[in-house]
Design a protein around this ligand. Sequence first.
Ligand code: SF4
Length: 285
Amino acid sequence: MNIYVAEKSGFCFGVKKAIDIAKENVLEGKIFTFGPLIHNNQVIEKLKDMGIEPIDSLDKVKNGKVIIRSHGIPLSTYEEAQSFNIEIIDATCPYVRKVQKLAEKYHSEGYQIVILGDKNHPEIIGINGWCENSAIIIPNHEDLDKIRGLESLCIICQTTFSHKEYDIIVKELNLDNSLVFNTICSATSERQEACLELAKNVDIMFVIGGKHSSNTKKLYSICLEECPCTYHIETKEDLYKIDFKNCSNSEKIGVTAGASTPDWIIYEVIDKLENEGEVIINGKL
Ligand code: SF4
């Protein structure tokens, strides 16, 4: 059994920066994060042990600073924090900030903002809050009827949006008098491209990351198209829960991880596969 790890995988620049900021600031006192700092339960538990506590409402903050996570927040939440006299430490990823600025600028110039992404994701809720919550949100090309025929659109995307979906959508629309910004971040593109290449060439593919992590779910669906034996796992323990009987081969094993998966979780999975992979997988084939 040979194990191959995608060239680009795991923590991205924006997530790493947010965690570093939280760790630096907790040395000076209690720290809150507005929502979980990243979509990874194992990391959140470790941060809680250090005194970094997620909250879902600013009125719960007493004597502490609040970190804005890499997903960013709506403009109104900054204003709310100011009205409560709460000290904000802003760890919004610069790539997300750029999308917020586009939404703000072109909304003020009269364009109809269209966001390609998941309407329930905090990043999208945040971006929409920079254009007075007026954006039309499109999860995929099957929903394009919502904007067909409209003019003066400004199309932007969730930073973790699928490249493939983006290309389909841009091809399908008549974009005269409209603006289109591909705001998929480079960390996302690199991870999607690297996992696609790897998934084409392995027998079994593991995608490691939080079950709620949007970018991990995208990596999973990309890999699944190329490799039917693709599994989304959170930790090494999940390896035992998989039924591998539909996988005819287990010679080449691929591993990738979402942008909110820390190295230690990836190493634990690789270590487990190296030492017990034959037994775990072949025992169920
Ligand atoms: S996935 Fe991209 S946009 Fe999101 S935090 Fe990471 S670097 Fe920033």
